[in-house]
Design a protein around this ligand. Sequence first.
Ligand code: NAD
Ligand code: MG
Length: 387
Amino acid sequence: MTHNPRTISILGATGSIGSSTLDLVRRNLQDWRVCALTANGNVEALAKLAREFSAEIAVVADETCLPALREALAGTGIEAAGGASALVEAAARGADMTIAAIVGCAGLAPTMAAIEQGGLIGLANKEALVSAGPIMTAAVAKHGATLLPVDSEHNAIFQCLQGNKASHVRAITLTASGGPFREWSQAQLEAATPAQAVKHPNWSMGAKISVDSATMFNKGLELIEAHYLFPVGLDKLRIVVHPQSVVHSMVEYRDGSTLAQLGPSDMRVPIASVLAWPERMEAPCGPLDLAAIGELTFRAPDEERFPATRLAREAAQAGGAIPAVLNAANEVAVDAFLRGHIGFTRIAADVAHVLESYAPPPPGSLDDVLAVDAEARRRAQGLMPCT
Ligand code: NAD
Ligand code: MG
């Protein structure tokens, strides 16, 4: 790229997606000027990145970490800020490109603040879109923002849709690796541990999304994400298990042509396509050696052992606040599982339980979504064993 440097903010800079994004920025420093970098509470990692990239501002969501951040950045001229409203204010500085890479609904308010500035938004934070789909997509349209999907499946679909009409789409198929427990029996699933769940066979990711891959809630959330990003109708959205994670998703057209996007299991591939969009940039990602891979296999998902995709499809069908309820209950259950408070199969059971007991009316605003999220969390927390 030869134009002037563009400004970029990374919400969730210390995470897996944040690191992959900064790896690409680091290799193309002439193209970027870093505006805001944010983290939850990892002051050391955040301060190091802020110094390396000469960020304009570094923000910790956890306000108690602000004094340590101030100290770590003393004398650098980099602003330090802390707390939920500081996060929103930093996102509202209106960088040319914002990468939304916070995990969970915690990323919703700052992502909305970035959208309201009307720039390019690289969306990794699927929980935000799942929770606030219609409100977020309306804000994108109102403020003239451009939502570019970072999630590998949605990035693949986005690429396969280029140059075609949505009205000519017959079906969109999301591929799923099936996660580390793809071949496990129900009895084995009952005994699955957090360490086993976070060990994904193909991808290296944050803990929460790794557990979501193991339960298939990741694919469920992605189904809802696709429903909001590519509104072709839920009946046209399919899921197929593809253990090799080479085909990242596909779009079938009415003439029988299916376009797929393939690539190595490296999130820098979709992130690079977002950073350079609508152009292409050089990325340090390996060539796809299909002869070495040998076989690509596909099969239907098993919703008996992995009910998450069925629950997500039902939530998407219900619409309104229900996807936010599903997401919040899942966030609480995953956290409890990671802490060793509940077993693996309790995650989907608890989500189903909260969905049965709580069906609020459709939210009309961001605050309504946050209230639904809070109440669904409270109910999910109520199902947890006392510790
Ligand atoms: P991660 O856990 O590695 O990083 C999360 C980031 O968010 C960190 O910077 C952390 O400090 C910050 N954060 C966590 N809790 C926060 C809070 N309450 N308030 C503010 N900031 C907070 O997660 P990740 O794997 O990078 O995933 C980030 C998002 O991208 C998730 O929504 C995930 O589903 C999505 N995603 C990730 C991958 C992947 O390969 N990792 C792929 C596709 C989509
Ligand atoms: Mg994905």
